[in-house]
Design a protein. Structure first.
Ligand SMILES: Nc1ncnc2c1ncn2[C@@H]1O[C@H](COP(=O)(O)OP(=O)(O)OP(=O)(O)O)[C@@H](O)[C@H]1O
Ligand SMILES: [Cu+]
Ligand SMILES: [Mg+2]
Length: 754
């Protein structure tokens, strides 16, 4: 299975997106396709044994559009897009001006007649039908060219889109007017006024172009977040090569380069500090406002800003591997994805154009047959065709998603796709992992006792054996034990060899040291092994009540020592848990640690429901259990051993450790470890969904209320008729209003439920 993203060209509205989607879907071997009208992208998943890219591109071409594969880097593609957009906008603006000027002239010509008064000295020659014809023609065929070309293309591919509606609407007004201009007596013979409607056609085109101009401009801003992120990149790096300091452009930096960073400078790429120390402002990438201390051995992220110190670091990731580049890619992918809420709108747009054409024909027939009024029949028909375009509907969801995901990135929240963003607003229960999520995940041994008491000569020997075994374990607790042993004088370099090492999931570790079986782990495990642990039970309980994790050290089936390990809470935990609860969410703690320790921690942060002593492989089952209570469950974890649980949850939220943004397995990634990010993510989801609902409402209202009014439903009662010009204005600004409303989301800020 191959998946790829194609850049699309030639779409004019959401029904075009629909047409392309159908066209690609019909290529045998295509598994899944999503066309996004707002980003003008198609993401396609296909089996490369059955089809290839050319076949897919051909299918798009056959449907009357163009699909290109982008080989450019994000930065280059964006630059090119910007350039193209600018050129397009300039061309559009010229057409807007020409059509508007002619439109105004034509309106001036008909004004006295429209108002039914005689204005002395008014340039009445402007009303001459032949002059109007001469003025209107270039507007239709030059300014409005794209509508007619698009409509024709769609027609030859036996489909229809927004262009079809506009071309039919303005074309009908224009052709009718030409007929009247050539044969006015046909109408006068029937006692009808030989009125022409050139100005309607011209003004509609002018308005639609103006609307498109504003829409494009606003749409350019929906991807601001990406541009801002890329703008964070430094341009040069001061690299040490062969003892010389060189200022190199970023592209020339290679992995392994030693780079010098001075106070106030931007860190050019990702790497590890090798010399010197400083504090670094990482807020632009992690959203974490407090500067972070950096010392040798610690990782720095490209695009973050060095504060006071100066240091050297070794480049470890460059180009598209850097954290920043990955963030940009993630946000781009998310912006191009489709939210489930859009499905309805998509279905509607699929049917829209043919239905509207049918309504338009019906309108004409009814007015003509029952009222015998060609003029009214024409005006209403044109009105229906013009007002009914579904383009606002196609923009309603994707524009909000673009702004929403971009806003997330700005706050250090990476959202995988539109669906995740949508689902987050429905969360009712949040399950948080204890270690590394609520706590800092940097456990340290605080207590150590042997069963024989403090006078034990074996104290250090026992610790040495424990460290020897733990050195083989990847568990954070193991690391703590090894560190502690070293601090007590155990030489890390000359630890005895270990045979038969085994990690017993959820319980501990074991191995043979000098022929003796060493087992380190939970009280529960010792019980199940039949190992007596009476002697230090009261200490164990006391430590656990103080929120410490405990582990026994047993040698050859006899408990010899007890370790107390503490892992401090993150500063943000208590506040974030409180904020989540205030939002009406239930917060549940999930941990493999023992009940007492879990309870003590829960108490501290204010969590009331806990699941303790849960083995890693049972965590997903616990989530399922909660889901079977009918809850929408989010799971927050560090994303490493919690992966199955994160996947099981309705929304999996992983806590990044600053540099590990590649945690694409989860739906949402909080780049900084701050739990407050969960609160922000949910608020953002709610704000985005509310915004989408407003947009859908706007878009539907224009069409649903507009069509009957344009068809003249109010005429029999109030004598109200929607002039085609008003219909054009409404239609043009429906898109603009939707995009502008989406842009309001840019004002989102994580508000203080603190
Ligand atoms: N390498 C180890 N050394 C000592 N004890 C261990 C080790 N591995 C596991 N344990 C014991 O087993 C318990 C459960 O471990 P597990 O990995 O399931 O959960 P955890 O990492 O402590 O907590 P959480 O589920 O919140 O991440 C630990 O609390 C600890 O007491
Ligand atoms: Cu449209
Ligand atoms: Mg764990």
């Amino acid at each position: 299975m191959t998946s790829t993203t194609l850049k699309l060209k030639g779409m004019s509205c959401a029904s075009c997106a629909n047409n392309i989607e159908t066209a690609i879907q019909q290529v045998p071997g295509v598994n899944r396709v999503q066309v996004n009208f707002a980003t003008e992208q198609a993401s396609v998943e296909y089996d490369n044994r059955d089809t290839n890219l050319e076949a897919i591109q051909q299918a798009v071409a056959d449907a009357g559009y163009e699909a290109r594969e982008s080989e450019l880097t994000t930065g280059e593609a964006d630059e090119q897009e910007q350039k193209e957009r600018k050129a397009q906008q300039r061309a559009l603006l010229t057409k807007v001006i020409v059509s508007s000027v002619i439109g105004i002239v034509l309106i001036l010509g008909t004004l006295p007649i429209m108002l039914g008064i005689n204005i002395p000295g008014w340039p009445m020659f402007l009303h001459h039908p032949w002059l109007q014809l001469v003025l209107a023609t270039p507007v239709l065929f030059w300014c409005g060219q794209s509508f007619y070309v698009g409509a024709w293309k769609a027609f030859t591919h036996r489909s229809a889109n927004m262009n079809t509606l506009v071309a039919l609407g303005t074309g009908a007004a224009y052709l009718y007017s030409i007929f009247v201009t050539l044969f006015p007596y046909v109408l006068t013979a029937q006692g009808l006024a030989p009125d022409v409607y050139y100005e309607a056609a011209v003004v509609i085109i002018a308005l639609l172009l103006l609307g498109r101009y504003f829409e494009n401009r606003a749409r350019g801003q929906t991807s601001d977040a990406i541009r801002q992120l890329m703008g964070l990149q430094a341009n040069t790096a001061r690299v040490v090569r062969q003892g010389e300091e060189l200022d190199l452009p970023l592209q020339e930096v290679v992995v392994g380069d030693i780079i010098i960073v001075r106070p106030g400078e931007k860190i050019p790429v990702d790497g590890e500090v090798v010399e010197g120390s400083s504090t670094v402002d990482e807020s632009m990438v992690t959203g974490e406002p407090v500067p972070v201390k950096k010392a040798p051995g610690e990782e720095v992220i490209g695009a973050t800003i060095n504060k006071t110190g100066s240091f050297r670091f070794k480049a470890s990731r460059i180009g598209k591997d850097t954290v920043l580049a990955q963030i940009v890619q993630l946000v781009k992918d998310a912006q191009g994805s489709k939210a489930p809420i859009q499905k309805l709108a998509d279905q509607v747009t699929g049917w829209f154009v043919p239905v509207v054409i049918a309504i338009a024909i019906l309108t004409f027939v009814l007015w003509f047959i029952f009222m015998g009024n060609t003029t009214l029949a024409l005006l209403t028909t044109v009105g229906v065709l013009i007002i009914a375009c579904p383009c606002a509907l196609g923009l309603a969801t994707p524009t909000s998603i673009m702004v929403g995901t971009g806003k997330g990135a700005e706050n250090g929240i990476l959202i995988k796709d539109a669906e995740s963003l949508e689902r987050a607003h429905r969360i009712q229960t949040i399950v948080v992992d204890k270690t590394g999520t609520l706590t800092q995940g940097k456990p340290t041994v605080t207590d150590y006792l042997t069963v024989r008491g403090t006078a034990d000569r074996n104290e250090i020997r026992l610790l040495q054996m424990a460290a020897a075994v733990e050195r083989n374990s990847e568990h954070p607790l193991a690391e703590a034990v090894v560190q502690y042993a070293a601090s007590q004088g155990v030489d890390k370099k000359s630890l005895p060899a270990v045979q038969d090492f085994d990690a017993v999931t959820g319980n501990g570790v074991q191995g043979r040291v000098n022929g003796r079986l060493v087992q380190i782990g939970t009280d529960r495990w010792m019980q199940s092994l039949g190992i007596q642990t009476e002697s230090l039970q009261s200490r164990r309980q006391a430590w656990e009540a103080a929120a410490k994790t405990t582990a026994w050290i047993a040698v050859d089936g006899k408990a010899e020592g007890l370790i107390g390990i503490s892992d401090a809470l993150k500063e943000s935990s208590t506040r974030a848990v409180g904020a989540l609860q205030k939002m009406g969410l239930e917060v549940v703690m999930l941990t493999g640690d023992n009940q007492q320790t879990a309870e003590a921690i829960a108490q501290e942060v204010g969590i009331r429901r806990i699941f303790a002593e849960v083995r890693p492989d049972q965590k997903a089952a616990q989530i399922k259990q909660l889901q079977s209570e009918g809850k929408q469950v989010a799971m927050v974890g560090d994303g490493i051993n919690d992966a199955p649980a994160l996947a099981q949850a309705d929304v999996g939220i992983s806590i990044g450790t600053g540099t590990d943004v590649a945690i694409a397995a989860s739906d949402i990634t909080l780049i900084s470890g701050d739990l407050q990010g969960i609160v922000t993510a949910i608020q953002l989801s709610k704000a985005t969904i509310a915004n989408i609902r407003q947009n859908l409402f706007f878009a539907f209202i224009y069409n649903v209320a507009g069509i009957p009014i344009a068809a003249g439903i109010l005429y029999p009662f109030f004598g109200w008729l929607l002039s085609p010009i008003i219909a054009g204005a409404a239609m043009a600004f429906s898109s603009v209003s939707v995009v502008s409303n989406a842009l309001r989301l840019r004002n989102f800020s994580p508000n203080g439920v603190r």
